[in-house]
Design a protein around this ligand. Sequence first.
Ligand SMILES: Nc1nc2c(ncn2[C@@H]2O[C@H](COP(=O)(O)OP(=O)(O)OP(=O)(O)O)[C@@H](O)[C@H]2O)c(=O)[nH]1
Ligand SMILES: [Mg+2]
Length: 343
Amino acid sequence: MDIQTQTEIIRSFRFDRSQTASQGYKRILIQLFGFLGHGKSSFINTCKYILDGGDYVNHAQADSSDAGRTTARISYPLTDYIMLVDNRGCGTMNNYETGEIFAQLANLLPLDQEVEWSRGFRLVNRIVEAETEILKSDFTFPVFLYSIKMGIDEEHIEELRNLLETAQSVTGVFPFVVLTHKSHGGLTVVERAFRDMGVGKLFILENYTPDDHFKKRGRHEDVLRFFNEVIKEVEFHLKHAKDLAQEFKNHKQLVLKFIFDREMSFSSQTEQNTQAYMVQRMESLRRKSEDQRNEDRQYFEEEMKRIQEYFEELRKKDNLRFEEEMKKYGQYKKNKNKDCILQ
Ligand SMILES: Nc1nc2c(ncn2[C@@H]2O[C@H](COP(=O)(O)OP(=O)(O)OP(=O)(O)O)[C@@H](O)[C@H]2O)c(=O)[nH]1
Ligand SMILES: [Mg+2]
């Protein structure tokens, strides 16, 4: 299929007008997620550049340095029925960041707001508050962006696999993965890692950037193929899904359970830490009182020694005095005898 035809298919996509076939959906929200600076905003600029035609525009404010900077979740219309949703990049995939992402993917948070990594049960409050703002007619489609330039560590593979699998559980769709920086080198290792994680739809491309947007057929084809596959996946899902309203509820429950488990494990961790602290404290007190006892014993022994010496001294003095007394007495007796003899 040539570029023109593919572009037309995407531009003219709309959900079937019949309520039954579309199951009430009106728009596809292509929800991007990934780490800081992996090319999410640039991907949005690239998609719009290719599908809107015209000049390259930095719509999504992709950063000019390698550091990330998007902090809000902003939607960009690609057509009347397809929206691209930019996202704040995660620094690490900890449970606070992923909790937020899962709530977004399950369509539980409103669009076009700052993204926060809420602690405690604040995310639950935000979900409840957002209930009236959520458009149930939005089909959220998860797309994970990853830069080949970053390589991939063995130790993070399990974490990424869990992330993608949970994203599938809360949307019903296994995320499509887009690998950016195609020409950087090191593709084989990264690609194999994602394939091993069970990723079926992997797209490898080079984003257009403010410094590099000379139109290239290969780049256009990569992006158009991505959109055609998204449309096919959504149509497949609608055809095979039974009750999307029930699915929505299930996804919501999964996200709430994720938050609940996260907080429970956090509080049991705190409890364990408190217990460990108490044991440590008792041990240090025990050691301290043992030290104290040793100190007391030493003091007592020294005191006893001092007393013994004192008594010894007294005893010697007494002996001396006694001997002197005896001497005096002997002398006295001698003199007395002499006196008697003389008389
Ligand atoms: N050569 C090349 N540069 C890219 C590509 N994708 C992104 N970049 C550059 O990488 C940097 C970060 O890209 P962004 O699109 O801002 O990344 P991001 O994922 O939106 O970052 P956050 O908003 O922080 O999460 C920018 O300098 C982009 O120009 C790509 O495929 N190839
Ligand atoms: Mg960004």
